[in-house]
Design a protein around this ligand. Structure first.
Ligand code: NAP
Length: 267
């Protein structure tokens, strides 16, 4: 018996990185998973892997900014799998630029995917969760939503917004038995770091803000975080073991935000 057997989940941005690990983990633990993304090839590959392993999953092309299409996403989960219990609002991008030179267009694109997209995920999941008698909403924030991130100010603003959005939703819908929590990954080795566009340089690798290579050195647990580390926390929030937990922040960062600088290790 899996930890989320019989539950139905939607994972946005589920074709890659953390979303992919969340989708695979939820499916392995018995959930039926509707994966949405804009990368159809990767999304279908993840579904094929889950199905081959005996899990239940389906892929749907969906840009989280598209409100009209959200109704179809929720309807697909309910008609294909019967209900909706879990929403993992994970899709996100990072736009790097100093605040002084960031264009309004880049600022707005950052907000549209990371914040408007999360708002729409919640808004459209709630009626379906109410029909199911409750649910768990997990919002993918970041440690950049807990403290400042020079060079990633717009990203940081979205992740801080997600943090408080989560708490407000938790309070508004506790009486519906709908829980809402935020997850705050540290530096996780996923493809996102190779995609971060900058206002000035376009969509190409920006070595200056790629911290994955040096993350082991700045992480108290002395290793790069893996997508599975985050999926493990997301899984917990979706299980009944977390059913008294709402409006909270789950930080999974190898200890980065626990204190000041990492201590020198004893020789
Ligand atoms: P990732 O590997 O790039 O995966 C994100 C997925 O979302 C990609 O498949 C991407 O497609 C998709 N996506 C982008 N824009 C979308 C849109 N408008 N609608 C639907 N899907 C869209 O990144 P990740 O590292 O797993 O990040 C997942 C989440 O974790 C993000 O919210 C990110 O901010 C957060 N996070 C990541 C880290 C980290 O260190 N990796 C740390 C803290 C928080 P394309 O590839 O086509 O853009």
């Amino acid at each position: 018996m899996g930890q989320v057997s019989g539950k139905v989940a939607i994972v946005t941005g589920g074709a890659s990185g953390i979303g992919e690990a969340c989708a695979e983990t939820l499916a392995r633990e018995g959930a039926s998973v509707l994966i949405t993304d804009i990368d159809d090839h990767l999304g279908k590959t993840v579904v094929a892997r889950i199905t081959k392993a005996g899990g239940k999953a389906h892929y749907l092309h969906h840009d989280v900014r598209d409100e009209g299409a959200w109704l179809g996403v929720i309807a697909e989960a309910e008609t294909r799998f019967g209900r909706l219990d879990i929403m993992v609002a994970n899709a996100g991008i990072g736009v790097a630029a100093p605040i002084e030179t960031m264009t309004l267009a880049d600022w707005q694109r950052q907000q549209a995917i990371n914040l408007d997209g999360v708002f729409l995920s919640i808004k459209h999941a709630i009626p379906a969760m109410r029909r199911a008698g409750g649910g768990s909403i997990v919002l993918m924030s970041s440690i950049a939503g807990l403290r400042g991130s020079p060079g990633l100010a717009a990203y940081s603003a979205t992740k801080g917004g997600v943090r408080l959005l989560s708490k407000s939703v938790a309070l508004e819908h506790a009486h519906d038995n709908i829980r809402c929590n935020s997850v705050h990954p540290g530096i996780i080795a996923t493809p996102i770091w190779g995609k971060i566009p900058t206002s000035a340089e376009g969509n190409r690798r920006n070595a200056a803000i790629d911290p994955v290579e040096r993350s082991a050195a700045i992480t108290p647990l002395v290793r790069v975080g893996e997508a599975q580390d985050i999926a493990n926390g997301v899984l917990f929030l979706c299980t009944d073991a977390a059913n008294y937990m709402t409006g909270q922040e789950l930080v999974i960062d190898g200890g980065i935000t626990a204190g000041g600088r990492p201590q020198a290790r004893p020789q």
